[in-house]
Design a protein. Sequence first.
Length: 296
Amino acid sequence: MRLIFLGCGYLGYNLNIRLKEKYNAEMWGIDSPYVHLLDRFTEVDAFDPDALSKLDFRDAVLVDTVALVANNAKTNDDEEALQEIERKYRALLNVLKEGGLKRFIYFSSGGTIYGDSEKAIAEDAPINPISLYAQSKARVEKVIRESGVDYLILRLSNPFGGYQLTNKGQGVIPILINKALHDEVFEMWISGDSVRDYFYIDDLAKVINGLIEHDISCETINVGSGVGTSLQEVIHGVEEAVGKTIRIERKNSDVHMVQSIILDTGKLFRLIGYVPDTSIEYGIREEVKRIMEENQ
């Protein structure tokens, strides 16, 4: 089966290298710092219907890892920005439908779309997207369901691990590791007792594989560990793994940030028997080893 990853960033690159041996996997997108690491890449603007329609994606599963909005984005007119995102996705999905795509897998945001929840939250809970990033995910979910395309919407929590460009400042865990290794100050924009659901990139690859093997479609599914970890616990875990104390400077953010979110992954277990294999402690140790090797 052909498996196409749309977007050549952190998620697309790492999932591609983990699944390319089992599937006829390839990456499509615009140029990025990850492209030179690939032996197979098709350059295309996914939101240019004419360019995309010239490519062959018949009977393929396409995984959309594109990020049109940063998680800290702000605009002067949020509604105008959201309508433009809707327009782009309607055009994209129309091309994919007409071209005979088998299934469209979209990465939504379980970490932001529900708003705050101190208890593990399931897919049937009301959503409360407050930030522009979260609202964009909710809008695209709606467009996908209305498109007539065979789909899966995966509400991801906080994936980490695998190869990542450390100079991009993405992901709190690699950022903390780099700050500890270089004795630099970590700017904390949210309280230390804020809780997130972290899960390792290998487990996300396992989920994609399981959903394809079980031929799951037209579902909205939480993907995470089902376990909440506070930022302070992450900091402590990194300090233990690195053997250094991290200097912290507290900052105030003018972008709304979720204080606590844990995903209920019971539906994913019922569908494919998913249980995460990697603990956050092991994942942090693996990240420390990777980053230390890169810094040598």
